[in-house]
Write a protein that binds this ligand. Structure first.
Ligand code: UD1
Length: 336
């Protein structure tokens, strides 16, 4: 079986990707320091797939640790998820974000070079576009200054990959620009585990519906959109996970050095109110919410043109917004 190093493999997108890698016949090796994830998730991946997972507990900024743990292993590829991702915190603690998010990519690239493994999939984000001038967003859409230090670390990591690619070391790299991942595995054994108060919409919705939060605040209804609330491209995390498997398949099929950037979204935009209504109707649950003021740094609308991913990776989304909201709720209920 082909070994794929998955940094942050116990995290939200990482765990779902490990399941899909195993389903596709790959052997994921997880590196995680559990700074924003839980060990039991690794057991759950094993439970879903019936496969034992090799786990390296540690920080992927620590290249020496990884080298020592991986010295007898032939690596075919790496999916590098591990990073901090809280927008608000990144403004308070920028050094933490620069050190970890950029430091870990440096260390992973250096590790892969020593291990003679050229294939890397990097977790980027549609945040690199800022508020784009053009919708849907294509990969060549001009980037705007990042709205947060978090967003800037993603832009810098993409620049770093470009410099590394240009150095002629033979890397084969895909930077996947995720739109808004939501939902959970249909087994309800793995899902998103936000630390403290969730920043993201769907975990806030499910925690409110479960009675853990009193009410959801919709951040503004005076935007220039049909119902006044912001529009995003919400993608089921299982579809997103499968895009990573397709990316690894693609990299392994290529024999020349490459660097490419790929939007991973559904191509549809939905407003905050549409998500709320959809959640209520698919789950038969009433949500307590109110309209509040805008949140700093929010973009009005952003959704992907997903055709490049479809053509390059031979991948397409299979699940709907309703599927994602049903699975997110099933996961929330299972946590009680
Ligand atoms: C956020 C980050 C983005 C990051 C992504 C990772 C910000 C500004 N952006 O994206 O950089 O890549 O998460 O998942 O934080 N909303 C509410 N009430 C809430 C929470 C959210 O109305 O309690 C609205 C937001 O205003 C937004 C939508 O829901 O319109 C989605 O918000 P969120 O889930 O935080 O995602 P993004 O802001 O798109």
């Amino acid at each position: 079986m082909k070994n794929i190093l998955v940094t942050g493999g116990a995290g939200y997108i990482g765990s779902h990707t490990c399941v899909e890698l195993i389903n596709a016949g790959y052997n994921p090796i997880i590196v995680d320091n559990f700074s924003n994830s839980e060990k039991f998730i690794v057991d759950r991946i094993e439970e879903i797939t019936g496969q034992k997972i090799q786990l390296i507990e540690g920080d992927c900024v620590d290249e020496r640790l990884l080298l020592s743990k991986l010295k007898d292993i032939k690596l075919e590829g790496c999916i590098h998820f591990a990073a901090y991702k809280a927008v608000g915190e990144s403004a308070q603690q920028p050094l933490k974000y620069y050190q970890n998010n950029i430091g870990s990519l440096v260390s992973i690239l250096s590790l892969l070079e020593k291990m003679k493994c050229p294939n890397i999939v990097f977790s980027s984000s549609c945040t690199v576009y800022g508020q784009p001038d053009q919708l849907p967003v294509v990969e060549s859409t001009a980037m705007k200054p990042a709205e947060s230090p978090y967003g800037r670390t993603k832009q810098i990591c993409e620049n770093l990959l470009e410099d590394y690619y240009n150095s002629g070391k033979g890397v084969k790299a895909l930077a996947l620009r995720y739109f808004n991942p939501i939902g959970a595995h249909p087994s309800a054994l793995i899902g998103e585990l936000p630390l403290g108060v969730p920043n993201n919409l769907v975990p806030f919705i499910t925690q409110t519906a479960a009675g853990l939060r009193e009410k959801l605040t919709v951040f503004g209804n005076d935007y220039d959109t049909p119902d006044g609330t912001c529009i995003r491209d919400y993608i089921h995390v299982v579809d997103l996970a499968k895009a990573h498997v397709a990316s690894i398949d693609y990299l392994l099929s290529q024999n020349k050095s490459l660097l490419d950037h790929v939007n991973i979204g559904t191509g549809n935009g939905n407003s905050v109110l549409e998500v709320i209504e959809s959640f209520e109707s698919v789950n038969g649950v009433k949500l307590n919410y109110e309209i509040g003021s805008r949140r700093d740094g929010d973009v009005e609308k952003v959704y992907a043109d997903a055709s490049y991913a479809q053509n390059l990776l031979n991948w397409n989304t299979e699940l709907s917004l309703k599927d994602a909201l049903k699975d997110a709720w099933k996961w929330q209920v299972s946590l009680k």
